[in-house]
Structure formats: structure tokens, C-alpha cells
Design a binder for this molecule. Structure first.
Ligand code: AMP
Ligand code: MG
Length: 497
């Protein structure tokens, strides 16, 4: 493993106005450095949506200049590249210092939607690389690229992916693979672990500086500390708890399992971040574990709300020196417990086609989730078929999914009676807008990865196009919306990426 290459890189004019407000926090928060150029880079994919967010011309993303920039062979004119330091709890255990071991913040672009940070992932060694090589492999980078944009299209808060390039550079994981760089975009990549870092070291001035920065930029409504006797840090903890509750409710409703919910993989903005061994459920199973390194199922699908609360609790502990009274921190965290169930029920209600709430919605939702579990029913296909059944009146395709048809019939009856309460009607349009036809199932990603590893990126592009509009029918792509093949059960997704 060679040391980082500090040779000055050529500059590329992106047409964007660059700044780096994170850099203004000072050297305790990061190390300035350049990317290590990816050798012989090749274009794999770019996101027109992420380009539009930045105000970048999607055509320019096809240029050599873009390839040089996003492969770490050039720097943006006006950028200020750095790797940030953070710490975190991994699998429930304090891991100490981590940091951007293979990511580099190029800087912050000024956009009509406000500042957006642009970050390379897989751009070489940093002072925080520990035992790692600073690289990311094509396999996991394709997954991150596709899933970031797919989540956005589903309406789920996430870091975005602008660009993906590959390289013949060999990278050792379980086997030898090849390197890739994903360019990610987010208003901020600050994690719970950034706060834990300074709290654990007793660096309370830096802790306050970080919290003040986050409040000023992203949570200005917390400045006056309303509801907490003027304590802005308690208000921040509550606001982060609320955003995170809304996020995890969306994961649970869509059937997304993150796989590595360590505190360093928790965004302070409530974004889905750090796509690793994630999985969209095929058959519904709350006990499903998508990360084969997670032997005890700490991050199993059904554990996510609880473990996310555990992570918020760690954030509360880290903010404790600023908040003061522990009872105030606990009160701020309470909002998660109230908001998560409300947000989850709201999402499920939309999936059921119920535009307005009724107090008995929760038991109806519980009942179908139990039936789905007991019958190992494919989660996305169930919801899509139910949507079409409500639209067209033919429930046979839904019944076909269940071994326990009598149980399903009882539920369908209850569903229809329940929907009629208070004069409600089932809204098929709402269902078709709430139940995606296309999600990035493991086997779809795997097929795209296998072709890409052989030099053919067309399946990456096909998936990208489908997942950009996941609620549309896309005639001709029935197979991409179908059941997983038998071999999908043998796909093993490890943490290694
Ligand atoms: P993750 O579980 O992928 O979010 O990574 C946990 C920590 O390990 C972060 O600090 C990463 O930057 C670091 N890391 C993961 N993979 C590598 C790698 N190949 N090289 C250097 N650092 C890495
Ligand atoms: Mg991470």
C-alpha cells in the first residue's frame, strides 16, 4: 500500500462557484489533502437528476474534464479538498477514531437549492484509513450509485450520487476486484460520529463549534431553543430525532434494510448514508439480516427503529456537555418514540390507499404484516398487486401470493370494511404512487454488477432508468419487477466494499 500522492493536481473549471464552509471550522475537524488519482479511469454512469440539483450541465458530465475531476485526476477550481475526522460506535461497541478513510470532500458548490457538498468515495488513502486501502470496489460502488438515486426517486431522504467511474486498478477484498469512485452529493456529510468524536475526547469547544455550525446552517429553527428553555442543543437533538424517525419510518414502509447502522453511518441531516450491504426485502421477514457479518442480527430489518433510537441516544450523550441536564436530553429524545409510529402508520396508510387517518389503522397494518411474514410473501409484489387489485377489482393475483388464503380473505374483508369507515374510499392512485413497481433488489444489482465487471455497463443504465421512475409501469421490463430468481437467495453481501 503506497502513501497518498500529494502531487499538485491540475484544476478543472466546473462552472460552479465553490466554497467550503466545513473547512472554516478549523484543523481539528479534518486534514487537507488531495485525492490519489484513479489510474486509467473509465466513465460508468452519471445522474442527470443530481447534475440538475447542482446546476451542472448533464452533457458536461460526459466530458474528459468531468472524468478527470471525478476520478481524482484533477481538482475543481476553487475547491478545498479535505478528509474529516469522526468516531463512532460499531455494532454497539465504541470504536474510537474513524474518519473519512476513503472519502474526500472536494468542497461545497453553491446551487439554487443552497450549498451542496461534493465528495469522492474511493479516492485513496487518508490519515483516517486505518488498515484500509482507501479504495472502493466497482461492485459496491454500483450498488451505492444506483441505490442513492433510487432512494431519492422513492422520496426517501438520502445522499445523492452524481457520477461513477471505474478503473482496472486491482483492489483486494475477499477476492481481487477493481477500483471505482462514486461522487456523492449532500448538503452535509456530518454524522453522529462527528459529535461523538469531540465529546469522547473532552474537546467541548470543538463540540460546541460543530453543533453551532450544524444549527446555523441546517437547523436555524433550533437557535432559540424553543421548548427547552432556550437550549438550542436540546432543540437540535429533538429536531435530529424527528428527522431520523421520519427516515426510518420510510425505510420500514418500503422494506429497506440498511445493514450497518453504526453511529458513524448516521447522518445529522436524517439522510440515508453509506450504502454497504443494504437490501430491499424480497419476502417480508422482520428478522431478515442483509449483512452477512452481522451474526447476531443487530441490524436485522425489524430491529432498525430500535437501533436507530440507540444511535440517537449516543448522539444525546455526545451533546450532553452542551445540553447540561440529562433529563432535558432524554426529553428531547422522546420525540422519536412518538413520531416514529405516527410516521410509520402514515406511510403504511398511503400504501393501503387510505388518504385519511382512523384510530384503528394500526391493527389493520399489523395484521397484514403478520400475514406477509407467515406466508413469506414478496413485499414489493404484494403491494403492487394490491394496488392493481384496488384499481381493477380483481384480487386473484393477490390471493395467489398466499398459502393461507382464508387468512388473506379475512384480512381483505376487514380492509374493505375498515376503508369504508367515516366514509373513506380506497384510493388506487395513491397506492400506485406509494407502492413502487421497481426497487433495487439484490439480484438486479448483482446482474448489473456481473455485466459491468465484464465491461458492459448497459444493465447499470437500464436499472438507473427504471429506478429513476420506480412508480411507472415501464412496459417491456416485467422481469425487473418480478420475483427474485432462486439464485438470489445465495447472494451474500458482506461489509467489504
Ligand atoms: P463503513 O462501515 O464502510 O461505513 O466504514 C467504516 C470506517 O472504515 C469509515 O471510517 C471508513 O472510512 C473506513 N473504511 C472503510 N473501508 C475503507 C477502505 N477500503 N479504506 C480505508 N478506510 C475504509
Ligand atoms: Mg461509514
Amino acid at each position: 500500500m503506497s502513501p497518498p500522492d500529494f502531487a499538485a493536481l491540475p484544476a478543472v473549471d466546473t462552472g460552479l462557484t465553490w466554497n467550503n464552509s466545513f473547512a472554516a471550522l478549523g484543523p481539528a475537524f479534518f486534514t487537507r489533502l488531495e485525492p490519489r488519482p484513479l489510474p486509467a479511469p473509465c466513465f460508468v454512469a452519471a445522474s442527470p437528476g443530481a447534475a440538475a440539483l447542482l446546476g451542472l450541465d448533464a452533457g458536461w458530465l460526459q466530458s474528459d474534464a468531468a472524468l478527470r475531476l471525478f476520478s481524482g485526476n484533477a481538482l475543481p477550481q476553487g475547491g478545498d479538498p479535505l478528509a474529516s475526522v469522526y468516531s463512532g460506535h460499531q455494532f454497539g461497541i465504541w470504536a474510537g477514531q474513524l474518519g473519512d478513510g476513503r472519502a474526500l470532500l472536494l468542497g461545497e458548490a453553491q446551487t439554487p437549492q443552497g450549498p451542496q457538498e461534493i465528495q469522492l468515495k474511493g479516492s485513496g488513502l487518508t490519515p483516517y484509513s486505518r488498515m484500509g486501502d482507501g479504495r472502493a470496489v466497482l461492485r459496491s460502488s454500483i450498488r451505492e450509485f444506483l441505490c442513492s438515486e433510487a432512494m431519492h426517486a422513492l422520496g426517501i431522504p438520502t445522499t445523492r450520487a452524481l457520477y461513477l467511474c471505474g478503473s482496472p486498478e486491482p483492489v483486494r477484498r475477499e477476492a481481487i476486484e477493481t477500483a471505482a469512485v462514486v461522487t456523492r452529493v449532500a448538503p452535509s456529510f456530518i454524522r453522529f460520529g462527528h459529535f461523538e468524536h469531540f465529546a469522547a475526547r473532552g474537546q467541548f469547544d470543538e463540540l460546541r463549534q460543530l453543533a453551532d455550525y450544524v444549527i446555523a446552517r441546517f437547523y436555524p429553527e433550533c437557535l432559540d431553543g424553543a421548548g427547552f428553555g432556550g437550549n438550542p442543543y436540546a432543540a437540535l437533538l429533538q429536531a435530529v430525532s424527528e428527522r431520523t424517525a421520519a427516515l426510518v419510518a420510510q425505510w420500514q414502509a418500503v422494506g429497506f434494510c440498511h445493514g450497518v447502522l453504526n453511529t458513524d453511518n448516521m447522518s445529522i441531516l436524517g439522510l440515508t448514508i453509506d450504502y454497504g450491504p443494504f437490501q430491499f426485502l424480497d419476502a417480508f421477514d422482520p428478522g431478515h439480516i442483509c449483512n452477512h457479518s452481522d451474526q447476531h442480527g443487530r441490524y436485522a430489518f425489524g430491529q432498525q427503529p430500535g437501533v436507530v433510537y440507540w444511535n440517537l441516544y449516543r448522539l444525546g450523550q455526545a451533546l450532553q456537555p452542551l445540553i447540561g441536564d440529562p433529563a432535558i436530553a432524554m426529553a428531547a429524545l422522546e420525540s422519536f418514540k412518538a413520531l416514529y409510529p405516527a410516521e410509520f402508520i402514515a406511510r403504511m396508510r398511503a400504501k393501503l390507499g387510505l388518504a385519511t387517518a382512523h384510530e384503528d389503522d394500526a391493527p389493520l397494518i399489523d395484521a397484514i404484516l403478520h400475514l406477509l411474514t407467515d406466508n413469506a410473501v414478496d413485499y414489493p409484489i404484494f403491494w403492487r398487486r394490491l394496488s392493481h387489485a384496488v384499481a381493477g377489482g380483481d384480487f386473484e393475483p393477490v390471493r395467489d401470493l398466499f398459502a393461507d388464503r382464508a387468512g388473506l380473505d379475512r384480512w381483505l374483508l376487514a380492509y374493505q370494511e375498515h376503508a369504508a369507515l367515516d366514509g373513506r374510499t380506497l384510493e388506487a392512485d395513491l397506492m400506485l404512487r406509494s407502492n413502487p413497481r421497481f426497487v433495487l433488489r439484490n439480484h438486479l444489482g448483482e446482474q448489473a454488477i456481473r455485466a459491468a465487471e465484464a465491461g458492459n455497463f448497459s444493465e447499470v443504465h437500464t436499472l438507473q432508468a427504471l429506478l429513476e421512475h420506480p412508480f411507472d409501469e415501464h412496459p417491456g421490463f416485467e422481469a425487473h419487477a418480478g420475483f427474485p430468481p432462486d439464485w438470489a437467495q445465495n447472494i451474500s453481501i458482506s461489509c467489504s466494499s
